[in-house]
Design a protein. Sequence first.
Length: 518
Amino acid sequence: MLKREKIYNSLYLGIIGLLIIATYYSTLWWLIFVDLTREDYNYGYIIPFIVCYLLWEKKDILKSVPSIPSWKGIILIISGIIIFWLGELAGEFYSQYISLWIIIVGLVWCFVGWSKLKKIIFPLMIIPLMFPLPQFINNRLTLKLKLISSKLSVLFLQFLDIPAYREGNIIDLGFTRLQVADACSGLRYLFPLLVLGIIMVYFYKEKLWKKLIIVLSTIPLSIITNALRIAITGILYKKVGQEVAEGFFHAFSGWLIFILNMLIILGEMWLLKKIFPYTSFNTKTPDKAKNKNEHKDEKLNAPLKPSYLTFIAIFIIFFLNTCMVYSIKLTQKKIPINKALSTFPVAVDGWKGTHDYLTKDIINALDLSDYVILNYQNSEGKTVNFYVAYYEIQTKGKSIHSPRSCFTGSGWVLKQDGLKKVRLSNNKTIVVRRLYMEKTGNRQICYYWFYLRGRVISDAYHVKFFNFLDSITRHRTDGALIRIVTPIYNFEMVRDADKRLENFIRMIYPILNKYLPA
């Protein structure tokens, strides 16, 4: 009877697994072949093997615990499906990764029960650590880590009496200037080291507070050792040359730092165990322990509850969800632009523009439908860079990106980031996002906003929300990014550059509306 029940459960899980793969096919493809190929997150390929090993290690314990199917897991499954739709319609992969994980936990709960789920909760909690963060969070985290690493590296160099000065994420050593790029931010050490710390304390049979200290220490540890690595690169640069900052030396130093961090964590574990010895006390009386064992034996001898109804309910939920996914995808409309952006006027009210173009690699990466870049100049010689990117449809991996990441990635340091009200020629007001930036003595101001089906939006989170809403109610997610940038010239006040951008928006906005569909 038990053997037949196991066969049925395996069959149920196989059928539901096929439905999940059908639903999450594009999500899994993007995770395996796009997101995890990024150097900051390629450690994620190892995590499934770690999870399998931890589950295998629990095999004897799992055999001693009876499988008691439960309806309660359906609550998690429905929650996961709701999060799935938020990600599917808003064009966000991370939400779908989390939803898939929640559904997996819910399925385990449904088919084997809470008693077994508790025994394998740690391996299941490891899974989300392999998911790359959303791009806008990743970019902000990378920027902050770059600035922290730059500051600490300069402090290390100055402590060694080596002249070093910092401008943003650029370190000036006198004989050369080192730029702390995204690859040197320390992000690719932070997450793997955090995962390593969590796994190491899992096998560390000590009190919880000791484990927390070790896990939390991986964060400052990765930042400090990465800054030390950058400082050593600066020291060796003069003797070895540019080779020390790239190629084999750069990769080898990264591995060396990671091994050093692992040894430091092991040292922490030994030190905590030495200073604060662990003593365990068995507070249970022999009679209570005996009664507990007898209770377990009763559970083992009890027949398994049938899970047919559980399977039917879950099957219906996933079948309907899969049908809805493909029906909504089929009904999404591609909305073409009213006029090709290449026809945008190059001469407007005293401003004359020249076309600029993106490289093929950038166009492929952005995956946009149409764009225009015009460098306008007025009679006073002042310039404004005008950029519009249009998307006929926004989906997962193909959506509008905030310009913040582009500027910070190219070395600009954000000094101000806020909202700005701009009054148009028809006395209406729009709210745009204003960025004030500096790089190696140069200054510039950027205004940008998102145009979504007649709406002017200045926040990337609102873009996700309205994409989700309109994909359901209007079956369309088309939209555009409008970005306007001007330099702040020598002896020019910041307010003069602001005024120039405001006047430019008032002039260009009515023309732009003729191109973008409402």
